[in-house]
Design a protein around this ligand. Structure first.
Ligand code: CP
Length: 309
């Protein structure tokens, strides 16, 4: 089987069959990652550039590790250490890199749509590693893999995304993916951090009361307040945000059931999530990071197959 698309720009463009194929392939690569020798020769003839115009810890290391486990040749590019600071455009930068015979570009950029722009102008396969407030498709794929792993499936599962929905590319990619795969989706947080017409536009539930949201769900995916993307005051203080919307052990202990706690990272402990929740047995935060390598191996492997097809 093959993906229906040449690039991974967003979950919006994937079919449910594409998503299932990526998750199944990730399962096979997860087995490879349990072996003493964690490397396969699948991408031995492929050169990939990791083009990061914005900070990253997890996504960048995860892609780099996935590429190395697949035996690809990799080049790492940071905007801060490049000629971008001398005024070079995105397209000129990428064309210069491509002239060195690069096959795939993994790209993170603060501008929504930057990877879509590149995909229109260059022949390499593009993987979106997060664009502005638009999408973060591999995060949603690894979140879905982790939910399946923890709960047995996606169909019919009740998943709430909590916090700064307005500025979160993780939220949008998760909503697209979970809806395509038959999960029920809710967003919860202060009204100022939830887009006004999201309920009708994306056919999801909206809840402003955190306790009610937690009572409704099987899985809670807690999101960071994206202060770097907010250009106005949207809540009074981080302390008050924590009191109203921080996921605490007391809140979880008050539920009549166990729920799965997720977070894409980086965590702001004591703001959106308390340490005794993030580090508890209910949390699968580090499993998400572990699963990310297998999921990104699957994405790169399937897109490379598309490239040579
Ligand atoms: N989850 C995530 O995208 O983390 P990084 O910003 O560290 O890559």
């Amino acid at each position: 089987m093959q993906l229906s698309t040449k690039h991974l720009l967003g979950i919006k463009d994937l079919s449910p069959e594409d998503i299932s194929l990526i998750l199944e392939t990730a399962g096979q690569f997860k087995e490879v990652l349990q072996r003493p020798v964690k490397k396969v020769p699948s991408l031995r003839d492929v050169t990939i550039v990791n083009l990061f115009y914005e900070n990253s810890t997890r996504t960048r290391i995860s892609f780099e590790l996935a590429e190395k486990r697949l035996s690809a040749d990799t080049i790492n590019f940071s905007a801060s250490a490049s000629s971008v600071s001398k005024g070079e455009t995105l397209l000129d930068t990428v064309n210069n890199i491509l002239s060195m015979k690069v096959d795939m570009v993994v790209m993170r950029h603060s501008a929504s749509g930057a990877p879509h722009f590149l995909a229109k102008h260059i022949p390499a396969a593009i993987v979106n590693a997060g664009d502005g407030i638009n999408e973060h498709p591999t995060q949603a794929l690894l979140d879905a893999y982790s939910i399946k792993d923890a709960t047995g499936g996606l169909e019919g599962k009740k998943v709430v995304l909590i916090g700064d929905i307005m500025h979160s590319r993780v939220a949008l990619s998760n909503i697209y993916l979970l809806k395509k795969m038959g999960a029920e989706v809710m967003v919860a947080g202060p009204p100022t951090l939830i887009p006004r017409h999201i309920k009708e536009a994306l056919n999801i539930e909206v809840e402003y009361n955190l306790k009610k949201a937690l009572e409704w769900c099987d899985v809670a995916n807690v999101l960071r307040i994206q202060l770097e993307r907010q250009n106005q005051v949207l809540f009074s203080s981080l302390r008050e945000y924590n009191l109203a919307y921080g996921v605490s052990r007391k809140l979880l202990d008050g539920l009549k059931k166990e729920i799965v706690i997720m977070h894409p990272g980086p965590i702001n402990r004591g703001v959106e999530i308390d340490s005794d929740v993030a580090d508890s047995g209910r949390s699968i935060i580090l499993q998400q990071v572990e699963n990310g390598v297998a999921v990104r191996m699957a994405v790169l492997y399937l897109l490379a197959g598309k490239r040579t097809a």
